[in-house]
Ligand binder design. Structure first.
Ligand code: SAM
Ligand code: SF4
Length: 461
């Protein structure tokens, strides 16, 4: 297999390169403001910016790009953990095989149905199905049954319209089957691109094979999955190394398949039962580093979604919104059965944001952003390269804004209290005036809002 990560080039660069001076920084940031992304070489230069003033300028530029391309909207989802059985020894994870401190559980289809109902009754429309790697040969069949079970739940408060999946690396033939089950994005985090660190962190089990794990996105795309989601678990090694390697991975996928990942997830290590590494990360990423990471990714790949989970606390999540995060999870539980049971002792790691979906939504509205449950692109087949072709000329707003408004109107009608309804409709009105009016869509947007108020559901452009 062609080498995806050029380790020696990254190490050489980080050893020798100096931070960009003001002239170089100005040049890169004005290039970024053209909204076409910057070269990966330029991104490598930004990684070396260390001054507080320089990082503020990265944040301002990221915010400019985020507002221009995405506007004020934020997509919401919830993870659904179906099994915490695992045959791997990822040293940072509460689900690792040798951890005796948690009880193991794989949900039955009936339990998955109940969890799905609980999520729908909160207002969710998008789920990320998550599992440990402990189900052996039946793992794929089980996952496909779970997907079918989730999609089949249709109750008065609605149904799940998109299931993204975060499960272990597989063979191409397995990805073909997974794709046929109508998943949205297939996510798999590399955790660390640094091979030596990877081997230290993944002592045994199928995930300990660095090359196999790194090749998963190639196999997923060869298996026909158009939207793949990559991620780094920050804290395992130098974040600068990780970002340069991530960009090499993206370049490899772009060169080979004509399109890079649909999303990038940016989890930071959180404490997990019995894991020293999770509590004391070898390379802790400070809040300031974390802001810089998000800003640089937004500047470099402006059309790739960026996902932040409830690992982060509410204040970091608020800040990250302005730096270009486009999706967040909300009201999450990271233990199988977590949405229907009262005790939560079997979680994968501890969460930083325990607020309910309703609380998160009100906060987003107070931050002047439209909470979105949109699944339009996926439903209309605007995926992979087609999505990027649509996104790149700046058309995200013309679709995402209206669809965010329609799904938020559904939420307001079906789940919101009077206070949120008042705030929510005022925000929709402002958004139409400030952002939709110039798009020549106002009449059709208003027509659809009225249709949702009259009882129609699942409208999108
Ligand atoms: N088992 C599959 C795998 O490992 O790829 C998929 C699901 S795994 C439960 C999802 C992700 O949780 C992992 O990829 C890892 O990045 C993240 N994770 C594990 N332990 C964590 C911790 N202590 N803090 C934050 N994230 C963690
Ligand atoms: Fe298992 Fe995934 Fe946790 Fe590793 S990260 S122990 S593979 S659940």
């Amino acid at each position: 297999m062609e080498k995806i990560i050029d380790n020696s080039r990254i190490e050489e660069y980080l050893k020798k390169a100096a931070a960009p001076d003001t002239i170089e920084l100005n040049e890169i940031l004005s290039h970024a403001r053209e909204l076409k992304g910057i070269s990966f070489k330029e991104a490598e230069r930004l990684l070396l910016v260390e001054s507080a003033e320089g990082i503020d300028r990265l944040a301002e530029t990221a915010n400019f790009i985020k507002e221009a391309i995405y506007g004020k909207r934020l997509v919401l989802f919830a993870p659904l953990y179906v099994s915490n059985m695992c045959n791997n020894e990822c040293l940072y994870c509460g689900f690792r095989k040798s951890n005796k401190a948690i009880s193991r559980n794989t949900l039955t289809m009936e339990e998955i149905g109940k969890e799905t109902e609980a999520l729908i009754n909160q207002g969710h429309k998008r789920i990320l199905l998550v599992s440990g790697e402990g189900l052996g040969k039946s793992a794929l069949d089980y996952t496909i049954d779970a997907i079918n079970t989730i999609y089949a739940v249709k109750i008065p408060k609605g149904n799940i319209r998109r299931i993204n999946v975060n499960i272990a690396a597989m063979e191409v033939e397995h990805y073909i089957k997974l794709n046929a089950a109508k998943i949205g994005t297939y996510q798999l985090f590399q955790e660390t691109y640094h091979e030596q660190t990877y081997r230290q962190m993944h002592k045994s089990g199928p995930k300990s094979d660095y090359e196999y794990h790194l090749g998963a996105m190639d196999r997923a795309m060869e298996g026909g999955i158009s939207d793949v989601g990559v991620g780094i678990l920050f804290g395992l090694t130098d974040y600068k190394y990780e970002i340069i390697a991530l960009l090499q991975h993206i370049k490899h996928l772009e060169d080979k398949f004509g399109v890079g990942p649909h999303t990038i997830s940016v989890p930071r290590l959180e404490p997990a039962t019995g894991s020293d590494i999770a509590s004391n990360p070898p390379y802790p990423v400070t809040d300031s580093d974390f802001r810089k990471i998000i800003a640089i990714l937004r500047i470099t790949v402006p059309y790739t979604g960026m996902i932040l989970s409830t690992r982060e606390n509410a204040s970091m999540r608020r800040e990250a919104l302005h730096l270009g995060i486009s999706q967040i999870s909300a009201g999450s539980k990271s233990d199988p059965g977590g949405y229907t049971k009262k005790e939560h002792s079997d979680a994968q790691f501890s969460l930083g944001d325990h607020r309910s979906l309703a609380e998160v939504i009100e906060d987003i509205v107070d931050l002047d952003h439209i909470p979105s449950f949109c699944t339009g692109c996926y439903r209309l087949g605007r995926v992979g390269k087609d999505f990027m072709d649509l996104a790149k000329p700046g058309l995200i707003k013309a679709h995402c804004y209206p669809n965010a408004i329609f799904t938020f109107t559904e939420y307001l009608e079906d789940f919101a209290n009077d206070r949120l309804k008042e705030k929510g409709y005022a925000l929709i009105e402002r958004t139409i005036k400030e952002s939709i009016a110039g798009l020549n869509l106002e009449a059709s947007v208003r027509k659809n809002i009225q249709a949702v108020k009259d009882g129609k559901r699942d409208l999108y452009f």
